[in-house]
Design a protein around this ligand. Structure first.
Ligand code: S3P
Length: 443
């Protein structure tokens, strides 16, 4: 895949719509495949991760059709109706896809093998297998609990109450999805609330699911098993995790005024907005409305003089995917930005904490870090840039450094742009349409 370089530009201007939310897109295909009837999905993210989930749902027996850009239908098989796939399911780079699917098939009487790319094959899967085994599911994994993994689904699953040991919506969702084809009540206790798209969408399809305060702290989520899910229409909001790139780009590039329309603003996802405002960003959310059961708004952002702040660890679950690009914003701010509670960043598509420290340092930024924290010293002006970043199959690292390059003193290159298509197909074209200068470099 080509290397890309971002050259410094003088301003970004215009209105854009970024692709559909990745979390919502995966879940819409999965739940539609378990519903009775035909679900119509609008605004589906057609990135590689979600396309891998679409192919997986076909392999598991659902009828999945693309009608037009972002417009899909799924004819479901009913809860418990998934069939054994005839070959291995390759989930590519998709961590959410594979972890949620492991939950879905865990309580079907079928055997299913999942594999993935080099990045997915080094990510921890034990965190989902540990609770899922309690339903009666048997897993065969590579040493260390890594993919490829064969799931032998429980024939007579028993419901569980799972206490989350890591703040992970993927683990929570895997348990809830396994609970769907399990008689009785499956419940999850979360100490720290994580994105609740699975719960919202289960409710939207007619499942009985309740979230209440847990007597011992945190929240208790209770799902009644074996509901009949009814096909319904879904509108996927634009992904705030993708919007984060043009948002930060506009903040740090002089002379910018950009609006990103119809962005999903689920409060358990919107921590970046609060953080950037705390840093002094000129950012306003306009035209708040509800679309497809999720809050949505247009975000207008103008070049701002940012200041370094302490980002509270409690905010991490609501902006976990945004720390790479936040640390780019921090590099342009006046003063130090301290980010804590970042342990989960080490087990994303790459070790994002290490990747940001290494890349920012190469761009001339002073950074300090520990196991689960990072401090970025902003110099109140553009960093030097002028380097090549190894993105290690990580889409968000790739896009973060292209955003930095747009506003640095010298261009910034990434070694491999391929991963960007997992979540944000058309990223470079969209950015160039508002005034960025992202170019393919000839070898
Ligand atoms: C996701 C949950 C988060 C996030 C990922 C999407 C989801 O992962 O990083 O990009 O859709 O549930 P964790 O559950 O591992 O925190």
């Amino acid at each position: 895949m080509p290397a890309l370089s971002a050259y410094p530009v003088s301003g970004l201007n215009g209105t854009v719509r970024v692709p559909g939310d990745k979390s919502v897109s995966h879940r819409s295909l999965m739940l539609a495949a378990l519903a009775v009837g035909v679900t119509r999905i609008e605004g589906l993210l057609e990135g590689e991760d979600v396309l891998a989930t679409a192919a997986a749902m076909r392999a598991l027996g659902a009828d999945v059709n693309r009608l037009d850009d972002g417009s899909w239908t799924v004819s479901g098989r009913g809860v418990g109706g998934l069939v054994e796939p005839s070959s291995v399911i390759d989930m590519g780079n998709a961590g959410t896809g594979v972890r949620l699917l492991m939950g879905l098939v865990a309580t079907h009487p079928i055997t299913c093998t999942f594999t993935g790319d080099a990045s997915l094959s080094r990510r921890p899967m034990e965190r989902v297998m540990t609770p899922l085994r309690r339903f009666g599911t048997v897993f065969t994994a590579r040493e260390g609990g890594l993919l490829p993994i064969t799931v032998k689904g429980a024939v007579n699953p028993v419901p569980i109450r799972a206490e989350m040991t890591v703040p992970s919506a993927q683990v929570k969702s895997a348990v809830l999805l396994a609970g769907l084809n399990t008689p009785g009540e499956t419940s999850v206790i979360e100490k720290e609330a994580t994105r609740d798209h699975t719960e919202n969408m289960l409710r939207h399809f007619g499942a009985e699911i309740v979230t209440e305060p847990n007597p011992g702290g945190g929240v208790l989520i209770r799902l009644s098993g074996q509901p009949e899910l009814t096909a319904t229409d879904i509108i996927v909001p634009a992904d705030i995790s993708s919007a984060a790139f043009p948002i930060v780009a506009a903040l740090i590039t002089p002379g910018s005024d950009v609006t990103i329309s119809a962005v999903g603003l689920n409060p358990l996802r919107a921590g970046l907005i609060d953080t950037l405002k705390d840093m002094g960003a000129d950012l306003v959310v306009e035209n708040m409305r509800t679309e497809g059961g999720e809050p949505v708004g247009d975000i207008r952002v103008r070049t701002s003089r940012l200041k370094g702040i302490d980002v509270p660890a409690s905010r991490a679950p609501s902006m976990i995917d945004e720390y790479p690009v936040l640390s780019v914003a921090a590099a342009f701010a006046g003063g130090t930005t301290r980010m804590t509670g970042l342990a989960e960043l080490r087990v994303k598509e790459s070790d994002r904490l290490a990747a940001m420290v290494k890349g920012l340092t190469a761009c001339g930024v002073t950074v300090r870090s520990g196991d689960d924290w990072m401090e970025v010293d902003g110099a109140d002006r553009a960093p030097k840039g002028g380097c090549m970043i190894d993105v290690d199959l990580d889409h968000r690292i790739a896009m973060s450094f292209l955003v930095l390059g747009n506003a640095a003193e010298k261009p910034v290159a990434i070694d491999d742009a391929a991963a960007i298509a997992t979540s944000f197909p058309g990223f470079a074209d969209l950015m160039n349409a508002i005034g960025a200068d992202i170019r393919e470099e000839q070898a």
